[in-house]
Design a protein around this ligand. Structure first.
Ligand code: FDA
Length: 310
């Protein structure tokens, strides 16, 4: 039988359900908890507010899984406009961007990896020109090799380009070792996609144990670890490992998603930890939103109540 998580992640790819959610005003408030808004101005307001409070940001222009080249070109242009908008704020690395290569055409047949590289390169160059960086989000396990290939190409000229590794995948400890090199920025997350036992740990405890092992690899290496988690236990392990490795507060960071454990983001920042919020914005929020519902049953109950009482 399919788990609730698998059902929700499957629903993220169902356009019929998407219309049900987007057409309902009452669900808007629930979506707004996780998404900073639909426009670039909304995103820039969130950037000003969060950075003013001592929280860094990584901005995600929502969109993924494009089905033709013109959509991929639009994704590139949206990121270039975002970087234009960030330039006058002069925030440098306090405001970076995150991209999903599937929005840049990675899954298109006949050279999707090359197309994604061609279209993401100008974004990385524009980020570099304003003193900031790009992190490549990680999507389904089938895309990991392609994403790491694009990363390696980008890092030749822009070694600060970051990537995400998902602790749930069996391969990740090896990938973490390969990426624990000078200048390398790696965001470690648990993994938000539904993956089979052949490629991924299935139990929460197994994923958490794998996360701690990968953290050990990244923290003891010469790179810049980005701890992408809201899990208090893993964040304390990260703090202990960072102290044991003699890391200074500016040599690693904690990242959390916009709207999740916000008080904890502020508490950590006040305690001297570098904290960055992942800020998604744009009209194409449905798949991102469904992944957030899938992560926590309480979110689903709250959302269903808003649908039923509208
Ligand atoms: P866990 O799910 O155990 O949550 C710990 C606690 O955090 C919960 O008890 C709850 O309090 C809170 N919490 C977590 N998720 C919540 C939610 N949706 N709503 C409300 N509360 C919640 N994944 C991926 O596959 N590729 C990627 O590129 C990224 N990128 C990314 C960036 C950043 C900055 C973060 C923080 C996460 C990602 N993820 C991701 C998502 C990640 O894989 C994972 O699904 C979520 O972070 C949830 O796992 P936690 O580590 O937070 O632990």
């Amino acid at each position: 039988m399919l788990s609730q998580k698998a059902l929700l992640l499957g629903a993220a790819r169902r356009p019929g359900l998407r219309r049900l959610v987007t057409g309902n005003r009452a669900t808007r408030a629930v979506v707004d908890r996780f998404v900073a808004g639909e426009t670039l101005d909304d995103a820039l307001s969130a950037v000003r507010r969060l950075t003013g409070q001592g929280i860094g940001v990584t901005l995600d222009h929502l969109g993924e899984g494009v089905t033709d080249r013109s959509e991929a070109v639009r994704a590139r242009d949206a990121y270039l406009a975002l970087l234009d908008g960030l330039a006058p704020l002069g925030l440098g690395r306090a405001a970076e961007v995150s991209v999903k290569l599937s929005a840049f055409g990675q899954a298109l047949p006949g050279g999707g990896t090359d197309l994604a590289l061609e279209l993401v390169r100008p974004v990385v160059e524009a980020a570099s020109a304003i003193g900031t960086t790009v992190t490549l989000d990680m999507e389904e396990s089938a895309t990991v090799d392609s994403t790491l290939t694009v990363l390696a190409e980008l890092r030749r000229d822009h070694p600060g380009t970051g990537a995400v590794l998902q602790a749930a995948l069996h391969r990740t400890e090896d990938d973490a070792r390969a990426l624990a090199v000078p200048g390398s920025r790696v965001r470690l997350v648990k993994g938000a996609y539904d993956e089979p036992p052949s490629v991924a740990h299935q139990g929460r405890d197994d994923v958490d144990a794998a996360y701690a092992r990968c953290l050990g690899v990244l923290m003891s290496g010469p790179g810049y670890p980005m701890v992408g988690s809201h899990d208090p236990r893993l964040i304390s392990i990260a703090q202990r490992l960072a102290a044991r490795a003699g890391r200074t507060p500016d040599s690693w960071e904690v990242q959390m998603l916009y709207g999740i454990r916000t008080a904890e983001q502020h508490r950590l920042a006040a305690a001297g930890v570098c904290v960055r919020a992942y800020v998604p914005y744009g009209r194409d929020w449905y798949a991102y939103f469904m992944r957030r519902l899938a992560e926590r049953p309480a979110n689903l109950r709250f959302f269903l109540r808003s649908l039923l009482t509208s």
